[in-house]
Design a binder for this molecule. Structure first.
Ligand code: PRT
Ligand code: ZN
Length: 283
């Protein structure tokens, strides 16, 4: 049995639950329950505040957890990370009032900086030879300059609209973060085997999310060009069409390359291009 701690309610909750479901693990969840057991995998799920998850996993109260790297590294538990999960991507950034002059991080020498991340920020400033006064506050960091608490802030940014709305300008990226799977250091042999199964499923889900299945028709004369554009996993599947001189090609493309590749495929004569989502992708 493995015990997995996930965030009860917040930015990580929905994606964490969805990942577990896409791994084929079924469970009944309700908003008031703090614990649930999967029906088809030896997994118990605990619902906690994200800040408590690294400590619980370190102490073995939970075997696994899903948490943002920002919280993990700030708490000093970076060594627990076993798998990056690719969601809840964000960055920890320094920001200053929009009108203030700022040339480099040296401009923060001797300044007051408000943050909820004194450890990560302290290390960053030390690496850059900057000494500043850090004011640790647990929320609403972005209002600190306007109420005279600090000249700069260091906080989590994703779209940047919170900074913009508070008259602040992002000036340095201190740390990049995403959700990660963490594991306690003393898993039994049986638990280590279960963790490997879980990671195998999570990797298949993640690969599938960034890939698309592509089908198209192409003139035989264009096949070399099409194959060059669509290397596929091994090589594309090519089958003849009833109409002579034409083939059907099937392959896999990365989501990021998809628009770029489809426009080139059209340019070499491909027609009837279909793109389908992939549910799972086993390496
Ligand atoms: O209640 P609990 O303690 O469990 O939750 P929480 O309130 O501490 O955390 P929560 O749910 O807000 O965030 C959980 C995790 O999501 C964080 O630890 C990050 O790893 C990740 N994450 C991703 C974010 C953001 N994006 C994000 N945008 N965490 C916070 N924000 C906040 C940020 O603090 C700022 O106030 O959103 C604002 C900035 O957003 P933009 O889009 O305006 O730039
Ligand atoms: Zn929290």
């Amino acid at each position: 049995m493995l015990r997995l701690a996930i965030q009860k309610s917040g930015r990580l909750s929905e994606d964490s639950l969805q990942l577990i479901r896409e791994c084929g693990i079924n469970f009944i969840s309700s908003s008031y329950k703090l614990k649930t057991e999967a029906t088809n995998f030896p997994l118990e799920i605990l619902f906690l505040r994200d800040d408590d998850i690294p400590g619980y996993v370190q102490d073995g109260v939970a075997d696994l957890g899903i948490v943002g790297q920002n919280v993990l590294v700030e708490a000093g538990y970076a060594a627990l990370e076993v798998e990056a999960l690719g969601f809840s991507k964000c960055r920890l950034s320094l920001a200053v009032p929009r009108a203030d002059a700022y040339a480099s991080v040296a401009a923060l020498q001797g300044k007051n900086i408000a943050t909820s991340y004194p450890n990560i920020l302290g290390r960053y400033l030390a690496e850059h030879g900057v000494q500043a006064h850090l004011h640790t506050i647990s929320g609403s960091v972005e209002i600190a300059p306007s109420i005279g608490l600090a000249e700069a802030i260091c906080d989590i940014v994703s779209s940047g609209s919170t900074l913009l709305g508070n008259g602040l300008r992002e000036v340095e990226t201190v740390f990049r973060s995403e959700a990660v799977l963490i594991a306690q250091p003393k898993l039994s042999a049986a638990q280590t085997e279960l963790l490997a199964q879980l990671q195998f499923r999570m990797q298949a889900v993640r690969r599938a999310r960034c890939s698309k299945y592509i089908l198209l028709n192409a003139p035989v004369a264009a096949l070399d060009e099409v194959r060059r554009l669509l290397p596929g996993i091994k090589s594309p599947t090519v089958t003849p069409l009833a109409e002579s001189g034409w083939v059907s090609v099937q392959s896999v493309v990365q989501e990021d390359d998809f628009w770029h590749i489809t426009s080139q495929l059209k340019a070499v004569g491909a027609e009837g291009i279909l793109v389908l989502p992939i549910e799972k992708m086993i390496a």
